[in-house]
Design a protein around this ligand. Structure first.
Ligand code: ZN
Length: 359
């Protein structure tokens, strides 16, 4: 899969959505928050201290809000300026930025996204922690576990969007209001954007075939009035159109498994299954035993659209071991973060994906 040509476009110059450096975002949100007493870590300091253990920036014991997410992304960029850059791919329905890191110095590109479903915002924390750990690995030993992160991030640049549904995050975290026309049966299960569109049912793939009896804005499963009509969806499609990503990982929480294929077009499913098995071996997540069969289950899905549009691997990983656990809402489950997402194993997922795709 490595024998192909890659666009040399610099993502910051090619994204049509508004590209906003984090400075602008922080300036816009900083009046709403208390100033931090901690001194900023300069790049010089980070370099000088590279063999000393700096205190972690990402605190895993509490949930991330949209504002703390912006702050933490800025802090990480300041600590690892040679590895991380910050962008926004555009704004949500309520005008919040969909913030994105680029991580690494490689020519190949991959896209990693979290929290397309509002209730699964612990995936945002997971991705922030993975970014921090990979950066620490790169600047110290070069290794994350058995993975040579230095080599991998000199081969790939990862584009990582910790939260692609920031309005949903705030509906769950800050009890921000969804639009009045959204029918909500259980707030803690809320998956949609502010307009009650389930973004993972909104992409233009087998969209017309989705028949799930949800025909109006709701906390989950409403596919939208037209495919791709949500702003968050449009911004992701534009990002993918303007960059040649070699693979996609969409991080979810519920099920301890990997979804790697569907029956919309089965031509490349053996390739995708092999990719998923490599990640399964590295993480303990179990690849689905067969491709997803029903349009109501794969129609409109981001990774499904990605696979069939670009003929590249796109997978959904579900991090949580036990789907009977209470879903994260507010700070629930964050005190148990490492075991909730089985972090020692699942933090290998992105490294293993790079290894597998680059074979
Ligand atoms: Zn989900």
């Amino acid at each position: 899969m490595s024998n192909k040509t890659y666009k040399n476009s610099i993502i910051g110059l090619s994204v049509t959505g508004v590209i906003v450096l984090i400075l602008g975002i922080v300036l816009s949100v900083i009046p709403l928050i208390n100033s931090s007493p901690e001194a900023p870590v300069s790049s010089q300091e980070a370099v000088l201290n590279k063999n000393e253990a700096l205190p972690p920036l990402i605190i895993t014991s509490e949930a991330e809000s949209y504002i703390s997410l912006a702050k933490n992304m800025d802090k990480l960029k300041n600590r690892f300026p040679k590895l991380l850059s910050l962008y926004s791919i555009g704004t949500s329905e309520a005008g919040r930025q969909q913030l994105m890191f680029s991580l690494g110095n490689g020519e190949k590109k991959a896209l990693i996204v979290g929290a397309i479903h509002a209730r699964e915002h612990i995936t945002t924390k997971y991705l922030l922690k993975v970014v921090e750990d990979y950066c620490v690995a790169y600047t110290t030993t070069g290794f994350h576990g058995e993975y040579n992160i230095k080599n991998l991030l000199d081969t790939y640049t990862l584009y990582i969007i910790p939260c692609i549904n920031p309005d949903g995050l705030e509906i769950i975290y800050s009890r921000d209001k969804a639009e009045d026309f959204v029918k909500i049966s259980k707030l803690s299960e809320y998956k949609a954007n502010k307009n009650g569109v389930d973004l993972n049912r909104n992409f233009p793939i087998a969209w017309e075939s989705i028949n799930n009896n949800v025909t109006a804005p709701a906390d989950f499963y409403f596919k939208g009035y037209e495919s791709g009509d949500a702003k968050e969806t449009k911004n992701l499609i534009n990002l993918c159109e303007e960059n040649e990503f070699d693979f996609l990982i969409s991080v979810h929480i519920k099920g301890n498994c990997i979804f790697w294929g569907d029956t919309y077009n089965t031509a490349l499913n053996s390739v995708y299954e092999a990719f998923a098995k490599d990640i399964g071996n590295a993480t303990g997540l179990v690849p689905a035993s067969s491709p997803t069969e029903k349009p109501k289950d794969y129609g409109g899905g981001f990774e499904n659209w990605f696979r069939h549009t670009y003929n590249r691997p796109g997978i959904c990983i579900e991090l949580s071991e036990n789907e009977n656990k209470i879903l994260p809402c507010g700070n629930e489950n964050y005190t148990d973060f490492y075991s909730f997402v089985n972090y020692p194993q699942t933090s290998n997922a992105i490294a293993a994906a790079m290894m597998s795709e680059n074979k």
